[in-house]
Write a protein that binds this ligand. Structure first.
Ligand SMILES: [Zn+2]
Ligand SMILES: [Zn+2]
Length: 219
């Protein structure tokens, strides 16, 4: 079964609703983890769906993804986050760890007991992904490849084949991740995906500018 373990919805800085993301991914035979920045709110809207609950947590050193069998409310200090994951049978991995421009945790990857490492992130530069791959070898940790999609068109650019999973069961999925029963599937972003990402980037810039000018007027 195919899984993209790092996707953002409108509940953080993504463009689409969780249900639309799930429907789009389903048509591509991919299951997703909804991992919004520091919130599990979007997960409440898709309780009936086959979705992996998670968050991309902004820790003191940068971004770390947690995946659980329930919508998590994790702490944001990295040491506590790792403990929370262990206590609640979740898995944790640094996302785009060596992408320094997008809050990768860098060499802190070597300091904490992660379950996995994101060795490929569709939006990270090649160098950063290569470094993450080297780290996974050095630490002997399984690697995952994810889209980090903020627009649905990016889904399918990278995902994971958990080849021993035949039925959607969260505990089995998390267990197979931990045991590294993973085949990475890396396609890269299509032209259409790149265009949609750029479009969404511009839309957000305009919206942010409008919001800040509105705030200025209020002041
Ligand atoms: Zn991130
Ligand atoms: Zn992300």
């Amino acid at each position: 079964m195919f899984f993209d373990l790092h996707v953002h919805s409108r509940y953080s800085d993504g463009k689409y609703l969780p249900k639309d993301i799930i429907a789009y991914a389903k048509a591509k035979h991919i299951h997703v983890a909804i991992t919004d920045h520091d919130t599990s709110l979007g997960l409440n809207t898709v309780k009936e769906e086959k979705v992996i609950p998670g968050q991309e947590v902004t820790t003191e050193y940068g971004h770390v993804v947690i995946l659980c069998n329930f919508p998590p409310s994790p702490p944001n200090r990295i040491a506590e986050l790792v403990d929370y994951a262990k206590e609640n049978s979740c898995v944790v991995f640094p996302s785009h760890p060596f992408d320094i421009f997008r809050k990768g945790i860098g060499d802190k990857t070597f300091r904490y007991k992660f379950d996995l490492i994101e060795i490929y992130n569709s939006k990270a530069p090649k160098m950063a992904n290569n470094k993450a791959k080297e780290a996974s070898i050095r630490l002997n940790l399984p690697g995952v490849s994810n889209s980090d999609a903020h627009v649905i068109q990016a889904i399918g650019s990278a995902y994971n084949d958990l080849y021993e999973i035949i039925e959607f069961n969260l505990d089995d999925i998390l267990d197979n991740l931990r045991r590294g029963k993973i085949r990475n599937i890396i396609n890269g972003l299509s032209f259409r995906a790149k265009f949609s990402i750029l479009q969404w980037y511009i839309e957000r810039k305009i919206r942010n500018a409008q919001n800040s000018s509105r705030t200025m007027h209020q002041v």
